[in-house]
Design a protein around this ligand. Structure first.
Ligand code: RIB
Ligand code: NA
Length: 308
């Protein structure tokens, strides 16, 4: 296996609106769509579409959304031996509003995702052991995510930890157990208490996060690109993003993380800077069309230079 994702599946219920609603307000939307989402699955699907051999460790409900989700994994060639169906909760859902600028606000009702236990994670030990990259987020119980990071470390498997959605007061173990820590500006602000409004602020936050013990820190900054630093080279490096017209930015961060996992496992000879540059380009493609997984490209749709 190239990439194993231990994380969430959500059914995205997306309303396109002229602007995000205020408290107590009823708004007319212009369009509605149901799609496959959840940060974990999104990241897995991106890696799979780019060409990685992927496995998912997740939990869905015994309902239509769950059945459709399992079919979605099959359609994308994701190994589902460790995707369990539970009758104790419904499949996770995410009502999402997307405004005319392509910005979103998201509510998640995680349901079955919250029943993914540490034991479920450990049951996937044989897969984790034989994988090149493990990827985790925070849409399943935090303790299960931590168990996954520990399991990867135990087998010398590199892990990417994406602390999304942002959660304050995360134990320091999350930083010392993961190999690559990859967050966006909001998550970085919440976790460091530092402002991340510009490249300079991002560089400071990157170093503060690196001090917590992970080997690599990558901060994604939307249109500003990203900043990264490693324990070997503590001087933060800025990687710019190409300017594109955003239609729907939902899942762009997931496209970045999934691409990162793909390149780390499939193109080990590229420099980290080149890997981040290419992952930024894949994320840039995703914001130019609507939806979450519906906007994630396949290898065949991307410029060959991204795979040379
Ligand atoms: O990162 C985007 C994702 O966040 C959406 O697909 C939604 O399901 C939430 O998990
Ligand atoms: Na999109």
């Amino acid at each position: 296996m190239d990439v194993t994702v231990i994380g969430s599946c959500m059914t995205d219920l997306v309303s396109y609106v002229p602007r995000l609603p205020k408290p107590g307000e009823t708004l007319h939307g212009t369009k509605f769509a149901i799609g496959f989402g959840g940060k974990g699955a999104n990241q897995c699907i991106v890696a799979a579409r780019l060409g990685a051999k992927t496995a998912m460790v997740a939990k869905v409900g015994d309902d239509t959304f769950g059945k459709d989700y399992i079919q979605n994994f099959k359609d994308n060639q994701v190994m589902i031996e460790h995707v369990e169906v539970t009758s104790a909760a419904g499949t996770g859902v995410a009502p999402i509003c997307v405004n005319q600028e392509g910005q979103n606000s998201i509510v998640i009702v995680a349901g079955a995702n919250l029943l993914l236990t540490e034991d479920n994670v450990r049951a996937a030990e044989a897969v984790v052991k034989e994988t090149k990259i493990v990827v985790c987020q925070l849409e399943i119980p935090a303790q299960s995510t931590l168990a996954a990071l520990k399991l990867a470390k135990k087998h010398n498997v590199r892990s990417i930890f994406n602390p999304a959605p942002a959660q304050s007061g995360l134990s320091d173990e999350f930083f010392s157990e993961c190999h690559i820590f990859c967050a966006n500006e909001t998550e970085a602000e919440i976790l460091t208490g530092l402002p991340v409004k510009d490249i300079e602020g991002a560089c400071k936050a990157t170093l503060a996060l690196l001090d917590k013990g992970c080997s690599v820190v990558i901060l994604t900054l939307g249109v500003m690109g990203s900043v990264f630093a490693t324990q070997e080279n503590r001087k933060p490096i800025h990687v710019a993003a190409q300017s594109v017209t955003a239609v729907d930015t939902t899942g762009a961060g997931d496209a970045f993380v999934g691409a990162l996992a793909y390149y780390l496992s499939n193109s080990p000879s590229l420099t980290l800077q080149e890997i981040i540059q290419r992952s930024t380009e894949v994320a840039g493609v995703s914001v130019q069309s609507p939806g979450t997984q519906t906007s994630f490209p396949w290898k065949k749709d991307l410029p060959p230079k991204l795979f040379s």
